[in-house]
Design a protein. Sequence first.
Length: 448
Amino acid sequence: MRIRGPILSALLSIAFASSHPQQAQPPIPPPDARFKADVLVIVAHPDDDTGVSTFLAKAVLDQGKRAAVIFTNRGSSGPDAVSLARGKALADIREIEARKSLAARGITNVWFLGGRDTATQDVLHSLETMGHGQALDDMVRLIRLTRPDVIVTWLPAYVAGENHGDHQASAVVAVEAFDMAGNPADFPEQLTPPRDPHGISQYGEGLLPWQPKKLYFFSDASHQDFLKGHGPAYLASENSPSRKVPYSEINRLGWEQDATQIDFSQQVLNYFLDMPEYLILGKSLVPASVNGDVFADITDQPVPYHPNPPYTEPQRAGISVALGGPWAFYREFYRAHSLTSLEKLVPPQSALSSDRRLWVPLLLRNDTAADADITLHPALPPGWTGNIQDLLYHLRPGETYPIQLFYQAPGENYKAPPQTLTWTALDHGSVAGKVTLSVYLEFDGVPQ
């Protein structure tokens, strides 16, 4: 009988398999479980983690969560309350302080990026000096390594308070990394499997994409009432169920290690230890209650990559005026990253630098088809000096004019309520647009 083709092929396959037994291959190693984090805190300087110290104590000590921390720089600026160490020497000290401080609260997975500690309140300046692209590359890599369910970072907003530009910059990069770490097309070299896992000379980092599930913010604003109700609150006065002491005492364990930073009185330290912490829910890719526990509604199952909707530039018409600089950046940033919860969270505000000088950037736009002569009319409280006269600008069709204004506040009165400053754009005497800024008569050591 003649054997047909398919039957012959099957018989030959069986014969070949019997003479060449299959060789079982080892399974793919899973991600390194030592670095898995339930929550990843992304901040700028050593000691910034104390802004969420009560939250971390509850999460790690009472809820048994795994936490990791990324610092975008090592804190080389500022004074040393212990010695004369400055610059790189101070950064070396503060890195060790931060590691000891976090270890005292049960956190040992700590990373430092290569950013520069920059004394500024301008997020754009800090992004420049930190090396924006390199920082984003590093942060995406660490998210893929630690695979956090939750990311907690500083609030990306211009606020009255410390308002450190490095704080804001760490938050900007954290948001970008939250949105990119799950995308296999972003930093693909991190995802390339090594050619020879057992060799020395090779390329490919062998990581996997990872999409975090929730994103929370906290703020260094000096006036925090506007933060309440946008996320869970954590009170240092409450007792830790596991330690049987108030969270403020656990917070003290961390602060005691940050000796170079404590250049103030015990009364001020107690203020920091007892400070309530208000988190702001920025994003959640799982069903979540805004004010519910950070880890509520989170399961062990990963979530798929969640891209933002395509960014569309807002439609403008006519003559308009708006705050420029960091304020303009954040308007676009919130839209690009679907942070609708932040768009109206912080009313336009600022506070004075120690020299009581105020910088106000404005953007004057002509979105018409004709040339325009626009008058900018400032309205300031009594006693303010600087650019107080009307200013005339000629704008071509479609042109945006960046304006830099500087003012000097009257006498020192730190308890005064915020003062309202207004600028009105007039087109042939008719109001075309208006900007209002609340200015607190207080200052911090960071220059505006």
